[in-house]
Design a protein around this ligand. Sequence first.
Ligand code: EPZ
Length: 434
Amino acid sequence: MQSTPAYIVNGGKPLNGSVKVSGAKNAATKQLVASLLTDETVVLGNVPQIGDVAATIELLRGLGVGINQSADEITINPHTIKNGDVVSAFSRKNRIPILLIGPLLHRFGEAKIPMLGGCKIGARPIDIHLDGFKQMGAQIECDGNCYTIKSKQLKAAMIELPFPSVGATENLMLAAVKAKGTTTIANAAIEPEIMDTAKLLQSMGAIINLEANRTWVIEGVKHLKGAEHQVLPDRIEAASFGIAAAITGGQVLVEGACQDHLLSFLNALRRVGVPFTIKSDGIVFGSASNYKPITLETDVHPGFMTDWQQPFVMLLTQADGVSIVHETIFEDRFGYTQSLNNMGAKIQLHSDCLGSKECRYKHQNYLHSCIIVGPTPLKASDIEIPDLRAGFSYILAALMADGRSKVTGVEHVERGYEDIIEKLKNLGADIAVA
Ligand code: EPZ
């Protein structure tokens, strides 16, 4: 993994060839934590070598967990874990520590979790997580720096989430697999990465099922065993490279891109007029001379995911006419568009719900919708990446713009994209580390 201050991009070159998609960040990091639910060895394959995985490994090692890493395979030996105190050094780094609550409670009856970090795309409260744990019988205190959660034996509960939060669903799932009795988590998230983690848990001996209406039903068991598991491919990375082909006028086979996980993304591409072909080993994304504007709303799975929004907005800056994007998951996920406007894009932010549905942010003055007028050529520029997904979108902007751009803040992108420089270079991009 690189860790460098800037990328220099000479844009205007089409991307062509093939690129292999890595394992999904948002499954691998959670599965590292899930491994703590057993005392036996867990082996995870297809793990991406990215900043968030490195941070998660550091966090688990800090607890005393034995971890060996060899290329994309990670072997976790949790039996050496010492205690349930996640040190404050991990405060505000990412969102992984909160997922340790269940595994640590099952081991020690107590977990100390620091305040969370992660991309600054909204307030990102954790009330849904904590309410779920309270329903399972846990006592929770917060002193402003740290949450202390206690429970000698988590008990099953019938939990209905007020919103299908990805993190809360995963958190309660990791707690429920060893709780006493059968837990239901209704109105839950059902993202492919969560399904993949459920598959790991089942291999470990959990009894876990997805039933109608987004409801996970989990029968607690006393003991989980070791397992081997391959992390699913990263559908965000796959979509990012698909759009890179489309906006640079190239053609790219994204090896390992999985149609099942990309249905709503591919539908949106089709409406815009980006050609793609499904192959046995991946998806070929092409380009066209004209793109059509569309209206798009982000949603929980199986809707159009919020992490595709940023590269897709880049694509819509090249569509011929007025596009609308309504972000319904995070209230503050359009801040990155200001720098794109400085490069020549025409993106206007609005606080109204501009799509067909009303979302939680109606009448709340959050700039969570945007109008994009295209097509607009972009001029090369120096840009500072504010967060992970906006980061790929800035790299796309630099790849498209004629001339030399300097992109800083690249550590955000390296948290989530493996070998990004090498992968882009292999496709013909003129990109280098400064
Ligand atoms: C996960 O974040 C992902 N992160 C995000 O990807 C992704 O954008 C998001 O899910 C939605 O798909 C990881 O998996 C590490 P949520 P998470 O809980 O779990 C509100 C990336 O770039 N909410 O589904 O934090 C929350 O404020 C990252 O890889 C509450 O109100 O997302 C948000 O508006 C960025 N209370 C909405 O729900 C809660 O207790 C969705 O959040 C929890 C969430």
